[in-house]
Design a binder for this molecule. Structure first.
Ligand code: FES
Length: 85
């Protein structure tokens, strides 16, 4: 389950889809560009839960990681998550 706080949507999602893909399928706009973890355009704040990355989130600094930012293009939900978008 992914909760999108600003959009007020809750979506059942499998861990096979990235959070960005799930958002797009629901019509929730998250800006994106490289879709491979390198540019940072798709960065969002994770409010709850955990994500798994399929490749290194190169565009996130250590302090951004500590603040809970994720790259939605390459992150997959682990159980229930909530993000700002
Ligand atoms: S779209 Fe470039 S890091 Fe996600």
């Amino acid at each position: 389950m992914i909760s999108f706080a600003k959009s007020g949507k809750e979506v059942n999602a499998s861990s096979e889809q990235s959070i960005l893909e799930v958002a797009e399928a629901e019509g929730i706009e998250i800006p994106s560009n490289c879709r491979s973890g390198n540019c940072g355009t798709c960065k969002q704040k994770l409010r709850l839960g955990e994500v798994e990355y399929q490749s290194e989130p190169n565009a996130l600094s250590d302090s951004e990681k500590e603040q809970g930012f994720i790259l939605t293009c390459i992150s997959h939900p682990v159980g229930r998550v909530a993000i700002d978008a």
